[in-house]
Design a protein around this ligand. Structure first.
Ligand SMILES: Cc1cc2nc3c(=O)[nH]c(=O)nc-3n(C[C@H](O)[C@H](O)[C@H](O)COP(=O)(O)O)c2cc1C
Length: 266
């Protein structure tokens, strides 16, 4: 089973690829967390793989991923093969170390970990990658995935193919906690008159913090996945002043429907 978290589809693209190759099921962490529980229980089959696939946020795992792991109970766990695949625009610092600490506290052993460079969606920090850079990153990622899939299929242990970048220790231990302290401030999100009230921002919000009364309003819980800004079909949403003139990003192989936290009722 693969537990995934995604804002704009890169991590879902990776999770789907690994799940298909290794013939296992996909579970959305945000969809599971939307049903608030004391613990999240799953029963493993013998030799079943357990994957955690998510984007890096400020050189650490998204807070929701760690919150989920802290409440995770895997029944029939018998040293099953556990791996992590972390998508990033450039590098991931000591994300794997943080993840490993949380898994260990649940008695779970991380056997391998990978970072996979994908187009950046962090439009608060800078513009999106140019089209040709996006295409190159996705093409290279799909080659990397062939290699990662073989490692996972063979259950190879102690393989950590990670781009930590420079100053990984400081970035993860100093900047990441500061980031997590300030992200729940949603006051900088605003919406312009292009908004049609379509509700896509609400349905893709990982924290389910957005309410719509003709236009979206943000509650207090936010992990800054930026799905709302990036996936708005009419570019009506911005954050502060810097994002207005920047591009928007969605993984081209993932549909908006796949990114909805609570699927539409048909
Ligand atoms: C809040 C936030 C913080 C980010 N921090 C980093 C970072 O520290 N290093 C990095 O290389 N990319 C960073 N990124 C880029 C994303 O990790 C990357 O684009 C990822 O593939 C997005 O995955 P998704 O489409 O599954 O949401 C950040 C993105 C967001 C939204």
């Amino acid at each position: 089973m693969i537990f995934y978290f995604t804002g704009t589809g890169n991590s879902l693209y990776v999770a789907k690829n690994i799940a298909q190759y290794n013939d296992t099921e996909l579970i959305s962490i945000s969809s599971e967390l939307s049903d608030s529980k004391e613990f999240y229980n799953y029963t493993l089959k013998s030799n079943e793989i357990v994957g955690f696939v998510f984007p890096v946020y400020a050189w650490g795992p998204p807070k929701m991923v760690l919150d989920f792991i802290d409440k995770l109970k895997l029944s029939s766990y018998n040293a099953n093969y556990i791996f992590a695949a972390v998508t990033c625009g450039a590098n991931i610092g000591n994300t794997i170390k943080l993840l490993d600490e949380h898994l260990s506290s649940r008695g779970l052993l991380l056997k391998s970990g990978f970072s996979i460079i994908m187009p950046s969606n962090y439009i608060i920090g800078g513009d999106i990658d140019k089209d040709e850079v996006q295409e190159k990153k996705i093409a290279e990622a799909s080659e990397t995935l062939k290699h990662i899939n073989e490692i996972i299929k063979r259950r190879k242990e102690d393989i950590f193919e990670i781009d930590k970048g420079y100053f990984s220790g400081v970035l993860t231990s100093v900047i990441n906690p500061l980031f997590n302290k300030h992200i729940s401030n949603t006051k900088k999100f605003h919406v312009n008159d292009n908004c049609t009230g379509c509700g896509i921002c609400k349905s893709v919000c990982n924290c389910q913090t957005i309410t719509i009364d003709r236009k979206p309003a943000w509650g207090e819980m936010c992990v800054q996945c930026l799905a709302c800004i990036n996936l708005c079909p009419v570019k009506a949403i911005s954050y502060g002043k810097s994002t207005q003139n920047r591009g928007r990003y969605k993984n081209p192989y993932i549909s908006i429907d796949e990114l909805k936290i609570i699927p539409d009722e048909n």
